[in-house]
Design a protein around this ligand. Structure first.
Ligand code: SF4
Length: 582
């Protein structure tokens, strides 16, 4: 960087996170669409920083990992000195692949430089080329719709986020979804557009181009890759059912590979903390009927789980008459839409949650806090929150990636769980993670009950082991350790740091998905799948670990199988190629 550039640039802390438009744009359109670009290729900055840097409409954001040019959106909710970029491939050019022995890359609290620029905005194609995409063609098709018999399906479960709302009414005309009653905006976008931007045929990459093949040939090619691999990664699994997860574990054992799920970049650290200190959990029902204090810590359900607040917090319960008898506290590094609902909002300095949690543990024991502020929070507010927690009848904490992704990672969760355990000496309290993908909790459950480990399970020696900091998808890809990858109903290119994604350009990659993801640009074999919860039945675990059966509301497109059926066929094929009897 030249001296003049250095003078213009200013150091900032980057936080990434979900946004409502990110969710809606990818379900209504696709990640290849302008709508997704408009929602995700944007940086939110405080107006004070915009004016002090002399920004017109765009900035260059860069660090040792990469550089991007983004449109600027002024936001008073972002504290000065920090910037916010929605989760996606743009933010991932800057995020840190270091997992600190947890598998979780650093996606919040990342050091970056920001400077005003007139350079062109970084387009998706520029990013994919920089990451080494194998091809940039996508053959999006809409599944054929035929109106005819009308039906109304009651108590449908929404397959988008970990809330698994199970009160939806879906109206169908033939195989067209015409109405979603009870679902949030993201849910409606998913159901009403389920037929759009689909992968409707299997493809194999030949001489640099995707060639359409029949399903048997695609499964055979995928089985060849897996059977010949010395150490494959089988990854994703959070947006499909429990049954598919079970086959994925079998496949890892069969190929002496690794099976990992997307909790590696969400609540993997939570699973580690629970293994270390246990957890005091509750179900949604308990929260609705008993909780008179709800704390959201490092999460923004109004944008990431839009129905959650109405379903769990505003509702009248048996012993607590809804919002009027229930206090809401939000602890976050920025004023989110959820914070605007709160009786008490505590704005914390980014990455310093561990300090605040420790101070709260001291305050509930009446120990003196000598510092006038803790993690940027005045001592009085710390004591006020501790008193609210101690005197509530039943308190619950919902926490999000603001705790799992920042500095202390799983130690943050250990501190939060210990706080809750100690509060139970005074009153009743529980804690739950806000899980993102609808069945990521189920992926952890299947992994636990079949292998003993919640994620990052390695079968290199023929038996399961989890070596944190080595066997996670993030570590394996960043270190170039795996020689093939099978990606199931997931999009690591949109979630993992640049260094990890770049390895996908160097190894054979198989993608099984319903829609064209960004990872398809790295695929050698693409196999279409049907949507669980819309086109297939299946089981999933809600974020409070209650198992729920998802319904089928329409038939899948012709010749498209459910994920579990594709995996079953793949397992059989790999067994045959390896000479293993069924
Ligand atoms: S909150 Fe989540 S599960 Fe519920 S309707 Fe919205 S996207 Fe679906």
């Amino acid at each position: 960087m030249s001296k003049t550039e250095l003078e213009k640039a200013k150091a900032f802390v980057l936080n990434t996170g979900r946004s409502l438009m990110q969710g809606i744009s990818m379900e209504e359109e696709s990640k290849w669409s302008k709508k997704y670009f408009d929602a995700v290729a944007v940086v939110e900055m405080n107006p004070i920083d915009i004016s002090s840097l002399g920004v017109r409409d765009r900035v260059k954001v860069y660090n040792e990992h990469g550089s991007i040019v983004l449109r600027v959106k002024p936001s008073n909710n972002v504290p000065p000195g920090t910037i916010f970029i929605p989760m996606g491939p743009w933010a991932n050019m800057l995020t840190d692949p270091e997992t600190d022995g947890t598998g979780m890359p650093r996606l919040k609290g990342v050091n970056v430089f920001v400077e005003p620029t007139d350079e062109p905005l970084t387009k998706l194609i520029d990013l994919l080329k920089a990451l080494g995409a194998k091809q940039l063609e996508v053959y999006m098709e809409d599944a054929p719709l035929k109106t005819g018999d009308k039906k109304v399906v009651e108590n449908v479960v929404c397959p988008f986020c970990g809330d698994l709302c199970d009160h939806l009414t879906i109206e169908v005309d033939g195989n067209k979804v015409v109405r979603n009653i009870g679902g949030c905006a993201i849910s409606s976008a998913k159901f009403l557009n389920y037929h759009r931007h689909r992968i409707l045929r299997p493809y194999i990459r030949e001489q640099g181009r995707l060639v359409e093949v029949d399903l048997d040939k695609a499964i055979d090619a995928a089985a060849d890759i897996l059977a010949e691999s010395k150490y494959p990664l089988i990854f994703g699994l959070a947006s499909t059912d429990v049954e598919t997860n079970r086959y994925a574990v079998e496949l890892a054992e069969l190929t002496h590979g690794v099976v990992d799920n997307t909790s590696v970049f969400c609540h993997g650290p939570t699973a580690l903390a629970v293994q270390e200190v246990g957890a005091v959990r509750y179900t949604f029902g308990v929260a609705v009927h008993l909780a008179d204090l709800v704390i959201f810590w490092g999460c923004n359900p109004l944008e990431a789980h839009p129905n959650h607040v109405a379903r769990v917090v505003m509702r009248e319960g048996r012993f607590v008459r809804g919002r009027k008898e229930r206090k809401i506290v939000v602890v976050d590094a920025r004023r989110t839409p959820t914070a605007n609902l709160a009786d008490l909002f505590i704005q914390i300095e980014p990455g310093r949650d561990y300090e605040l949690l420790t101070a709260l543990r001291m305050a509930i024991r009446d120990l003196d806090i000598e510092a006038p502020t803790v993690a940027g929070v005045p001592r009085d507010k710390v004591v006020e929150l501790a008193e609210m927690m101690r005197t509530t009848k039943y308190g619950v904490i919902f926490f999000g990636l603001g705790l799992t992704m920042t500095g202390a990672k799983y130690k943050n969760i250990v501190a939060a769980i210990k706080l809750v355990q100690e509060l139970n000496e005074w009153t009743k309290f529980g804690i739950l993670p806000m899980r993102g993908h609808y069945n990521v909790a189920g992926s952890n459950q299947v992994s636990l009950w079949t292998t003993g480990y919640p994620y990052a399970v390695d079968y290199a020696r023929g038996f399961p082991r989890m070596i944190i900091g080595m066997t996670s998808a993030t570590d394996l890809l960043s270190n170039g350790d795996v020689d093939a990858a099978l990606i199931i109903a997931s999009d690591p290119v949109a979630h993992l740091p640049r260094k990890a994604v770049e390895h996908l350009s160097k190894i054979p990659v198989i993608v099984i998905d319903a829609k064209w993801s960004l990872t398809t640009a790295f695929a050698d074999v693409i196999i279409p799948g049907a949507y669980v919860g819309i086109e297939c039945e299946g089981s999933a675990y809600r974020l409070d670990e209650v198992p729920i059966r998802l319904k089928k509301v329409v038939d899948p497109p012709p010749c498209i199988l459910c994920d579990s059926e594709v995996l079953r066929k793949l397992v059989e094929k790999v067994k045959a190629k390896k000479g293993v009897s069924s």
